[in-house]
Design a protein around this ligand. Structure first.
Ligand code: ADP
Ligand code: ZN
Length: 537
């Protein structure tokens, strides 16, 4: 009796129906076609190769970069009664030999292997043998973006996977990824020789995730306030540095939140324990560096908070994509300030990377900053980065204040359309202040000058005698911080990233200084403080 894909989906996996393009992908690959599948995290990629592997003769080989990921998948499959196994460095020789015997004996439907293992001459020889017996069902290349040198998960061995096509051209290949900015897509197709493969691109929209970006002011208090809306819920708080991870975790724990730290510098046992608590506990908040998350499959993560800027939109999308995999409402919240931008610019500039790489990283950061500063629907901006056009769910209603109106209805800019103000005069003051003080100070000091502070540092530099001293006293410091941040974001000021991060004029600044250009900026919404965080931090 022959099983159809739908039968298997129902009887083995217990799902009533296929989702999205799964059915088409499964049929295409089961019929021997090559495929490149771009689907967001949680979209259901695994079934796209698992089912064809079960439908075709022999065993499907799944190349997967992470041992933890393989183990979870295989365990899950075995519980469903699927004959699956993995081969990687975590196995002792005896177990590995047993699995090889099962495989060669035709007992397996799916075999997961790490790329470096697959590329050994021993493994290639075994694959030849299996192939001779017509028992190579397919090759699935999971996390295919690892082939991209520009991505954050680059794995050099992925580049050598062209061997699959060269050595066994008749075996169908399916490459899958949740990272899909168009350049990475092209790179995957090219590097894995999948130019002729059929492409299946799903929408990357995660409708249940609400996106919010707030101006960094008092980051800890802002985080604490945000968490009040998620009491007892599991979530991830991302920070850039290990030290900050420790500090924030301690701060939250000190304020009655069940928070644990996670970063690569921790004692391995404690780290594993914290991960376990997050995965299996109730409402645990993990404070982590981006080392945490790849391969974490926890469906009920209710929020992902960023205390620092991620490095790119793709990174941000991946990290926030860990929220709400169960489809229930979830939040992606980010707290962002000029300091982050200056720091990241410096990190890029002062790294060991070559010039081309640095330029690319600056560009990626620009795109992310564009997202943060945008007054448009966040979802629209995010998806346009993946080459996807997001159209309003319903006809957009023009709001009474003349703002753009709601597009997705589930991001801060849609829910509370931002207002713009004519900041030309403030910008001129800010730019002259930068110029008069010698183009080497950061925003905090410049704001002190503008607001007419007579602190020791101001007097020490003689900045109390500048013509710009005190000319910005009409605006509060918070508004000025917003102004400087946006001027940098919009290219009207530039960060001296090779030095101490001072602000400098740019070519674009001149037009504003000469009064030839007006500047509209986003109005900072000053939110009433909901809670006071005790000073015991
Ligand atoms: P991805 O690898 O794309 O992140 P997974 O393959 O891990 O996603 O699937 C995500 C979740 O969706 C899993 O819990 C899986 O069981 C579930 N899922 C996948 N396909 C279906 C379907 N057709 N119907 C219901 N649930 C599904
Ligand atoms: Zn929106």
């Amino acid at each position: 009796m022959e099983n159809t894909a739908l039968d298997l989906l129902r009887t083995v996996f217990g799902h009533p129906d296929f989702r999205g393009e799964q059915a088409e992908i499964v049929t295409h690959v089961a019929d021997g076609g090559d495929a490149l599948v771009l689907m967001p995290t949680g979209g259901g990629k695994s079934l796209c190769y698992q089912l064809p592997a079960m439908l075709r003769d022999g065993c499907g080989i799944v190349i997967s970069p992470l041992i933890a990921l393989m183990q979870d998948q295989v365990e899950g499959l075995r519980q469903l009664g699927v004959h699956a196994a993995f081969l990687n460095s975590s196995l002792d020789a005896e177990t590995a030999a047993r699995i090889e015997r099962e495989w060669l004996g035709g007992e397996l439907d799916l075999l997961y292997v790490a790329p470096e293992r697959l590329l050994t001459s021993r493994m290639l020889g075994l694959l030849d043998r299996v192939h001779q017996h017509g028992r190579l069902a397919l090759f699935a290349i999971d996390e295919a973006h690892c082939v991209s040198q520009w991505g954050h998960d680059f794995r050099p061995e992925y580049r050598q996977l062209t061997v699959l096509h060269e050595r066994w051209p008749d075996v169908p290949r399916i490459a899958l990824t949740a990272t899909a900015d168009p350049p990475t897509q092209r790179e995957i197709a090219e590097r894995l020789q999948l130019d002729d493969a059929r492409r299946f691109v799903s929408s990357f929209d995660r409708a249940n995730i609400r996106y919010t970006v707030v101006q960094k002011d008092n980051a800890r208090r802002q985080l604490f306030d945000f968490l009040q809306g998620h009491a007892g819920e599991a979530g991830i708080v991302y920070c850039l540095s290990r030290r900050k991870v420790e500090e924030i975790a301690e701060f939250l724990a000190g304020h009655g939140i069940d928070a644990v730290p996670y970063h690569a510098g921790m004692d391995a046992r404690l780290r594993a324990e914290n991960q376990r608590r997050f995965l299996h506990g109730e409402g645990v908040v993990v404070v982590a560096t981006i080392a945490f998350g790849m391969g974490i499959d926890k469906p009920d993560v209710r929020f992902v908070a960023h205390m620092d800027l991620p490095k790119s939109i793709e990174g941000y999308y991946q990290e926030t994509g860990r929220a709400g995999r169960d489809g229930e409402p979830a939040e992606a919240w980010m707290c962002y300030g000029l300091g982050d931008l200056v720091l990241l610019r410096q990190m890029i500039e002062q790294s060991e990377s070559g010039e081309e790489r640095k330029r690319l990283e600056h560009r990626k950061l620009d795109a992310l900053v564009g997202y943060c500063e945008s007054m448009r629907c966040r979802r629209q901006v995010l998806l346009s980065n993946f080459g996807e056009e997001y159209l309003p769910v319903e006809a957009p209603q023009s709001s009474p204040c003349g703002a753009s109106g709601s597009i997705c209805g589930n991001c801060d800019n849609c829910l509370q359309p931002p207002e713009a103000w004519d900041a030309t005069e403030a910008t001129q003051k800010a730019l002259s202040c930068v110029y008069r003080s010698g183009q080497r100070f950061g925003a905090a000091h410049l704001i002190d000058i503008l607001r007419g502070s007579d602190s020791e540092k101001i007097r020490q530099f003689g900045h109390d005698r500048l013509s710009t001293h005190g000319i910005g006293a009409d605006l509060d410091a918070k508004t000025w911080r917003g102004v400087f941040r946006q001027l940098v974001a919009h290219g009207l000021l530039d960060v001296d990233a090779e030095g101490y991060g001072g602000l400098r004029l740019t070519a674009a600044s001149r037009a504003v200084l000469k009064g030839e250009q007006t500047v509209m900026l986003r109005k900072i919404v000053v939110k009433r403080e909901r809670t006071r965080v005790a000073a015991r931090t």
